[in-house]
Design a protein around this ligand. Sequence first.
Ligand code: FNR
Length: 354
Amino acid sequence: MAHLFEPLTVRSITLRNRIGVSPMCMYSYKDGLSNDWQVVHLGARAVGGAGLVISEATAVEPRGRITPHDVGIWSDAHIEPFTRVTRAIKSNGAVPGIQIAHAGRKASTNRPWDHNGSPIQPDEPDGWPVAGPSPIAFNDDYPVPHELSVEEIHAIQNLFRDGARRALTAGFEWLEIHAAHGYLLHSFYSPLSNHRTDDYGGSFENRIRFLMETVKMIRSVWPEKLPLAVRISGTDWAEGGWTVEESVELARHLMKEGVDLVDCSSGGGVSGVHIPTGPGYQVPISEAVRSTGILTAAVGLITNPEQADAIIRSGQADIVLLGREMLRNPYWPLQAYRSLKQPAPIPSQYLRAF
Ligand code: FNR
């Protein structure tokens, strides 16, 4: 029976334990270029003992940023600053991961701490026109997205592929495609945001087509020996929306295209829905998806070592990802080893403190 501290090998990559840092936007960059903040922030979490450190949603084009301050990977100039991040993570014992993303109709907003993250309208100085599957705004505050043509869909898929290639050059060893939280790829597979009548809308197969084709293109440039993951919103938590059953079916399709792991999040696609949050509330989604045989990550209000260990031991997930808890405490993994009485990978420099 696997446990929290047992290494996990996926393709040629071995994580020293099953604890990962969930991707979290820092909104702290200029022109999408990584910087000292990201090196220190993610490097610290590798020092803190995580096995996997996934850097935040990284835009494949400027229009795909959530805010003007997001990090990106849309040009070769973005590669070199990221090499400092991957080195800081890897040299401290963790596997460097990246989440590549396109914000779709939820792009062009303020940072959460500026004007409550409200949308920036296209005619405002820092704003830009947003795009999505159908001309349906996220809510009344957001602009109506431009309905992407098939040619534009293909162009964005090329941008995802190019982003993956650059991530490889920058030294990332784990790639996650962001297909959750109401951003572009999720907005295509959810029937609530996608009302198209062409090959990219309507049936389940059509709604997942954008994601599936993107996966195929990425797998063609992302080496066989490296893991590929997809973060999904396992349910829209809304009447008539995407369901856990569809997520399970999607996982079967993803597995066939060489995806190794599904990172099981939820929501974000429908404004104002009630989400029944509580400790580990998304774990059942991970458990359902894992029944297909694909590896999964569980995320969402996982905060204590016993809870995290039980998720792995009971076979509900292969990895646990922690978000906010890792912001509060980068040393959570080292302390978890200690509290569950396991030998911890404490950096020699810190031995006198543990
Ligand atoms: C997030 N989350 C998130 N998710 C994602 O897929 N890409 C991202 O870039 C971000 N950005 C982000 C920033 C911040 C500040 C927070 C708090 C969250 C969601 C995050 O990865 C995680 O799924 C949730 O926070 C739930 O896990 P916790 O925080 O309950 O452990």
